[in-house]
Design a protein around this ligand. Structure first.
Ligand code: TRP
Ligand code: SF4
Length: 404
């Protein structure tokens, strides 16, 4: 796969935790829905990842995975514009995970911040397991198997992308230096024709001798445009450019999007474990009663007490849902105590319900016909496997266990 194809490819996964809520919608899914039109996107339910922390309580994973996909579809993730699948239906992820585990130093995994953090946080669970330690490596395999250039993730996942880059580099370093690499690279340069070959050599020298990163970019663009080179030769020349071996696995970068603050009903971060969520596709009466009970600025006890929207979780929701004129109506009315909290919540209830209604309608056909969802998953998984298998074949060939 070429550099520019990698740059256009995105992979992201979500653990199946049951019904999704507004935090997922505005923190992750809205972003995916945007990206699916601009990139070649692979979105999957990370069901094996769920086992790394919930191996003792695995019975819900299948149901949760199914509900997760329905929520994605309801939110507008479109199987016509991206590839939707389940991690466990693409066994190439696990095979690559195994192969990568052979070259991964334990210390790299032990120093991933989430390792100790999660162990401390989930201290009611026994997480001294092999699978839990290796879970960022499984995530690396999820990404590398598609040679994705970009991964949309939250800030808490950036360390995992960094690990993924290190693993790719290490893999390429160990297995990209096939015997006769230099000779093969030199032969490939000649295939480009005199002019391009000279340009490649000049640019390579500028980069290797002077660290000229502009030259590196130009040389990559030059390779990109070469019609005469096989994929293998291109990979060699990308790697040779930087003084290394063939580039087999692509180093991805994170796409960090600003995630709006999404408070739960109690003002804490919206999360299933705090039992403070508004789920996707809730009924209007349910939404209304939840928002009516939602916590407000604690300083505003009576109607005549002025409030401060910056201390109010309801206002955080207005930031996500309301147009500017509504927000300024809230700010004024709250600070000079001319509107009550119930008035303030009304437009919010309406906007959330409008949004929910669209999702309820979109989900209807899938709830009535679960086979439709199964076939979307099946098709997506087959599509993903085609890509994953190519990478895995190449990886095994480079390692020298392909028996072909
Ligand atoms: N670890 C991610 C999370 O807990 C989920 C995930 C698994 C993922 N594999 C991935 C995200 C690959 C991006 C890419 O949220
Ligand atoms: Fe919060 Fe609105 Fe009440 Fe002000 S008026 S405290 S912003 S709910």
């Amino acid at each position: 796969m070429s550099n520019s194809e990698s740059e256009r490819r995105i992979v992201s996964g979500m653990r199946p935790t049951g019904k999704l809520h507004l935090g997922h919608l505005h923190g992750v899914l809205k972003n995916w829905i945007q990206l699916q039109h601009e990139y070649d996107c692979f979105f999957f339910v990370a069901d094996f990842h769920a086992l790394t922390t919930n191996y003792e309580d695995s019975r819900n994973i299948e149901q949760y995975s199914f509900e997760t996909v329905i929520d994605w579809l309801a939110a507008g993730v479109n199987p016509g514009s991206c590839t939707i699948f389940l991690q466990s239906k693409v066994p190439e992820h696990t095979e690559l995970h195994l192969l990568l585990s052979m070259i991964t130093p334990l210390s790299w995994l032990e120093r991933v911040p989430s390792y100790k953090d999660q162990q401390a946080k989930l201290n009611d669970k026994e997480l001294g397991t092999y699978g839990f330690l290796g879970y960022p490596l499984l995530q690396a395999a999820d990404i590398l198997i598609y040679k994705a250039g970009k991964v949309p993730v939250g800030a808490d996942q950036v360390a995992h992308i960094e690990l993924t880059r290190e693993i790719a580099r290490r893999f390429n370093h160990i297995y990209g230096r096939e015997e006769g690499f230099e000779e093969q690279a030199e032969a490939a340069i000649k295939l480009m024709g005199k002019k391009a070959a000279k340009l490649y050599r000049d640019l390579r020298r500028s980069f290797l001798e002077k660290g000229d990163s502009e030259a590196l970019l130009k040389a990559r663009a030059l390779l990109e445009g070469q019609q005469n080179l096989s994929i293998g030769d291109k990979e060699r020349l990308y790697g040779y450019l930087e003084g290394g071996g063939r580039i087999i696995l692509t180093e991805p970068g994170p796409i960090l999007t600003d995630v709006p603050k999404m408070p739960g009903l109690d003002g804490e971060k919206m999360s299933k474990s705090y039992d403070n969520v508004i789920s996707l596709r809730e009924e209007p009466s349910e939404i209304e009663s939840k928002i009516r009970k939602m916590m407000t600025d604690p300083a505003r006890v009576r109607l005549k007490d002025p409030g401060n929207p910056s201390n109010c979780p309801v206002y955080d929701l207005h930031r996500v849902y309301s147009p500017e004129d509504t927000k300024s109506w809230v700010r004024n009315g709250c600070t000079n105590a001319s509107i009550g909290c119930i008035d303030c919540k009304k437009p919010l209830i309406d906007s959330i319900n409008t949004e929910q209604q669209i999702m309820i309608e979109r989900a209807q056909q899938f709830e009535e016909d679960p086979d439709l969802v199964h076939s979307i998953i099946q098709e997506g998984s087959e599509q993903a496997r085609l890509v994953a298998r190519d990478t895995l074949d190449e990886v095994k060939e480079c390692i020298g266990i392909s028996h072909r």
